[in-house]
Design a protein around this ligand. Structure first.
Ligand code: F6P
Length: 378
């Protein structure tokens, strides 16, 4: 027996839906929250009701894959999808259920994949929309390969999902991070300081690159381009000589230097711990103070970057993705994830997307722009 906690009326509805043209669509949001999730839920629901009217039922699964494992869900009505466009976070709740643990039976003895398959069937679902980032897409592919009708919707402030030009949540985070960089400027120039802003992005530096360019950062450091501290110091000194007695450094939380790039992450993190400084920005601030004697400060906006209402851009993108997913459900196209390519909403096979990360490349447009602007990239 799998732990199906039937909080809705799954058995009745499953029987009721069988043999009819009706569809019962589950929606879940997994991984870190981001602005635009509610807009995407709303877009999917309104799209489904528009296309299928009374022939569709929507089930909200709570807290991502954890809810699917536990059978924790709610029957949703049309009215539940009103007033969502501007709301941050996710009304369904979310949780990180790491992909690498999906096949591991832990202390509770639950076989997670079997539980998800059993609960999907017990809920009487015809399809499941999985909104999430890279981890979510891996689990989505797994469920799809197990025979479930899965559609992914790519969300993350990291913008690192392969096959889509952009994910929803990203541009809101860029707007927030840019405002942080803007506001830090005034203190930096008034106090003649080197100010470091550590932005989210452990593996991919898109958010730091975009907001660094938008906010006019003098140095931008991202995980894809290991830095040499000497280059960072030279850039500060060179500005100083030109009468600019302050510098703004936008650094991704996952940035590391050239020496560290020769080690495994675990190894350099252990070394940083020994030195009592694990944070990328604080480490660099210490090196700058020691080498140049400049007063430095570090600002870490953290989860503020993921909080609050989505920007107009993200509301539109999330609505486009949601309504496109509804269209895919109506035409029974599963095993795919929605994407934006060259300004067109399309879908990619989950099998192609899952397990691949979209990194910043040295030849991408914005890196070229940074170089043309004389921004130090480390
Ligand atoms: O994946 C989105 C993200 O915000 C990353 O940029 C960041 O490294 C991570 O999530 C933080 O995770 P958590 O919210 O679990 O602390």
């Amino acid at each position: 027996m799998y732990p199906l906690q039937t909080r809705g009326n799954a058995r009745r509805t499953a029987a009721h839906m069988r043999g009819s043209m009706k569809k019962r669509v589950g929606i879940l949001t997994a991984g870190g929250d981001c602005p635009g999730l509610n807009a995407a839920i709303r877009g999917a629901a309104k799209g489904l009701y528009q296309r299928m009217g009374g022939d569709v039922e929507i089930v909200g699964i709570r807290n991502g894959f954890a809810g699917l494992i536990q059978g924790d869900y709610m029957e949703m009505q049309e009215g539940d999808f009103s007033n969502l466009l501007t709301r941050g976070g996710t009304i369904l709740g979310t949780r990180r259920t790491p992909f690498k643990k999906m096949l591991v039976v832990e202390e509770d003895g639950v076989h997670k994949v079997q539980a998800m398959l059993a609960n999907y069937r017990a809920m009487g679902l015809s399809a499941l929309l999985c909104m999430g980032g890279n981890g979510t897409h891996k689990t989505a592919r797994l469920l799809s390969e197990e025979g479930l009708n899965i559609i992914g919707l790519p969300k993350t402030i990291d913008n690192d999902i392969w096959g889509t030009d952009v994910t929803f949540g990203f541009h809101t985070a860029v707007d927030i991070a840019t405002e942080v960089v803007d506001r830090i400027h005034t203190t930096a120039y008034s106090h003649h300081r080197v100010m470091l802003i550590e932005l989210m992005g452990n593996k991919a530096g898109w958010l730091t690159l975009y907001s660094g360019i938008a906010g006019g950062a003098d140095t931008i450091l991202i995980p894809e381009m290991p830095y040499q501290i000497e280059n960072v110091l030279n850039a500060i000194e060179s500005r100083n000589k030109r009468g600019k007695h302050f510098s703004i450094i936008a650094v991704a939380e996952g940035a590391f230097d050239v020496d560290e790039s020769r080690m495994k992450r675990k190894e350099w993190m252990a070394l940083r711990r020994q030195c009592g400084c694990t944070r990328a920005a604080e480490r660099i601030a210490g090196q700058v103070e020691e080498a140049l004697g400049f007063e430095t400060r570090v600002a870490v906006p953290g989860h503020i970057q993921r909080g609050g209402t989505p920007s107009a851009y993200d509301r539109i993108l999330a609505t486009e993705f949601g309504t496109y997913a509804a269209q895919l459900v109506e035409s029974d196209q599963y095993g795919v994830t929605v994407a934006l390519r060259n300004n067109l909403v399309v879908s990619n096979p989950l099998a192609e997307v899952a397990g691949r990360t979209k990194y910043v490349t040295a030849d991408c447009d914005l890196i070229q722009v940074a170089r043309r602007m004389g921004v130090c990239l480390g």
